[in-house]
Design a protein around this ligand. Structure first.
Ligand SMILES: [Zn+2]
Length: 291
């Protein structure tokens, strides 16, 4: 079976919603079709850090179309296609091609290698996740700034120069439509690296106020948001960049985003600590002009 020889060209980092493409590979399993094309605007779920869910939308060929029910990262070794958590190698592994796999129900639409197709992303679903993802990164940076005084040793810092609580303590991040949920572990290893969690439960209201004030200031500044790419392929490194009054913020990121901090105003966070005091949860909600 022939297949792709280079990584899927992805256009979602620039915000694209539709592309014409050529089918390179069609895999069939469990009543589903996995369709790989040379280029795509679809953002797939990343199995290594599954924060932002897949784009949804349609794939069309010869005037007919079918729903894209899921979208996953795949890896092709020249013989077999591995999908999602079954991918056995890291990105950049020689001899492997990283591709976007568009999942359709088998049956309604026949697609074959060489077909010219039109890929169209559900715009509202994308916009909701982009808003949630931008809000998530801004809230993380505002939280880092608000917790800076709790570090007794100098840990690694974020792109704004604050101790990077977010990257030191995060255990999971889930992007939702117009929001996100981030879980932080306040364990022994975080304390050993210098973070002082004493009295944090009592401090949550003041902490929330500080984070909110920072987020309001950043949203009011209408800072440009963009995704910078090291190359056009799915496996190329991508970075979220946001021009804030405090300086340019950068976070490695495979997701999609809005264009301006003004697009997510107002951003509100809700911080909760579990009873043992070892798990901090940040719920973030963003406003949106399209809501
Ligand atoms: Zn991200």
């Amino acid at each position: 079976m022939s297949g792709p020889t280079i990584d899927s060209v992805v256009t979602f980092p620039a915000g694209s919603l539709t592309e014409s493409a050529v089918v390179q590979l069609v895999a069939r399993a469990d009543g589903e079709l996995g369709v790989v094309t040379d280029r795509t605007p679809f953002h797939p779920l990343d199995p290594t850090w599954p924060d932002q869910g897949p784009d949804l939308g349609t794939i069309g060929v010869d005037g007919r179309s079918a729903a894209v029910l899921d979208c996953r990262v795949g890896a092709w070794d020249g013989t077999d296609l591995f999908v999602g958590s079954a991918v056995p190698v890291r990105r950049g592994e020689p001899g492997w091609t990283f591709v976007v796999v568009h999942v359709l129900a088998a049956g309604p639409l026949e697609v074959a290698s060489g077909d010219e197709v039109t890929l169209t992303v559900d715009e509202q679903h994308r916009a909701a996740l982009s808003a949630g993802h931008t809000g998530c990164h801004l809230a993380a940076l505002a939280l880092n700034a608000a917790l800076a005084g709790r570090w007794r040793k100098q840990p690694r810092v974020d792109s704004l120069g604050h101790p990077d609580f977010d990257q030191s303590a995060i255990t999971s991040s889930r992007i939702e439509p117009f929001g996100s949920v981030d879980e932080y572990r306040l364990g022994r290893s975080l304390r050993r690296s210098g973070f002082d969690a004493a009295g944090l439960a009592d401090d949550l209201p003041a902490l929330t106020e500080t984070v909110t004030a920072t987020l309001d200031r950043w949203a009011a500044a209408a800072g440009e948001v963009r995704v910078e790419v090291a190359g056009p392929g799915l496996a190329d490194r991508r970075e979220w960049v946001c021009l804030l009054p405090d300086g340019p913020a950068r976070i490695p990121c495979g997701g999609t985003h809005v264009r301006s901090t003004a697009d997510v105003a107002p951003i509100r966070v809700h911080l909760t600590l579990d009873e043992s005091g070892s798990q901090l949860t940040m719920h973030t909600e963003v406003g949106s002009p399209i809501r």
